[in-house]
Design a protein around this ligand. Sequence first.
Ligand code: GLN
Length: 312
Amino acid sequence: MGCQTDQELLGIIERVKPLVAKGKVADYIPALKAADQSNVSAAVFHITRGSDVCVSAGDIEQKFTLQSISKVLVLALALIDQGYTNVFQKVGMEPTGDPYNSMIKLETSSHSKPLNPMINAGALAVTSMVNGNSPDEKWRRILHFVQCLLGGKAIGYNKEVADSEYKTTDLNRSLCYFMKQHGVIDGDVDELIDIYTKQCAIEMNCLDLSRIAAVFANNGRDPQTGNILIEEEVARICKTFMVTCGMYNASGEFAIKVGIPAKSGVSGGIMAVVPGKLGIGIFSPALDERGNSIAGAEILKIMAEEYHFSIF
Ligand code: GLN
C-alpha cells in the first residue's frame, strides 16, 4: 500500500506546489481571505500499519476550518440521531451539476427537498435534524461527535471565521427561509445559521482530518481502538455521498480521475478515504474555479495513479 513515508508524501507535495499560484483563496467569507495561499500540507493515516500509522508532510501544524467537510460529519450524526427514513424524508440523494450554494433546484424539486446533503441547502436541513433541546446543546453534540472521531482530542472552532460567516451569509439564510416556508425545516433560522456557521468553522490540522477519514476507511470503527464510532451502514452512506457529491460540481470528473470518496471545503481542506486502507487529510487554500483545493485535488490524482487507489 502506497505512501508509507513522510519523504514519499513530501515528494508529491513538492510536485504540486507550483499549482497554488494558479488558484485563489476563498474570499466570500471575509475571514478566509487571511489564509496563506502558499500553504500545502497532507497526512495519510494507515489503518493497517500497527503503531506508527500516520505519514505527513508540508505545513502540518497549520490549522484550517472544515467548512463543507463538516457536512459529512453532521450527516453521520443526524443519521445516528434520526435514522435513515427521517433524514431522507427531508433531503434527497441525487447529485447536482450546480454550485454548492445554488438555489435554483430547490424550487423545482418535489416538496422543495434539497437534492442532497452535500450542497448548502441539504446540509442546513441536516444540521436542523441533529438532536438537542436547545441550539447550544445541538452545537455541543456536534462538537463532541467530532472530538470522538478524533479519539477524544479537544478541538474547537474558529470564532472569527464563524462570526465572519454568520454576519455575511445572506444566501444561506435565504435557503433556510425558503425551506422553512416549504416545511423542510422549522424553528428559528438565525439559530440554525449560528450552529451551521460554527460547525463549518470547526478547526483542525491535516493530521486530525486524516484520522477522521481513517474512521470512514475503517467502516466507522476507531482506527486505533476498534470501537464503533459510526455504524457501518451510516459510514457507507456518507462515503457514497462523498463519491457522488463530495467535490461539488466537479464530483463526476473527480470520480473518473481519482475514484475515491472525498469531500472538500472552501477553506482548502479535503478529506479523502481509501476504503479498508487509509484516510487522507489535505490542506491547501488556493482553490480552482469550482471551489476545490487546486493542489489538494492534484495530490489525490497523483496518489490515485501511483498507488492505484481508485475503487472502481
Ligand atoms: N460555510 C460555507 C458556506 O456555507 C461552506 C461551503 C463550502 O465549503 N463549500 O458557504
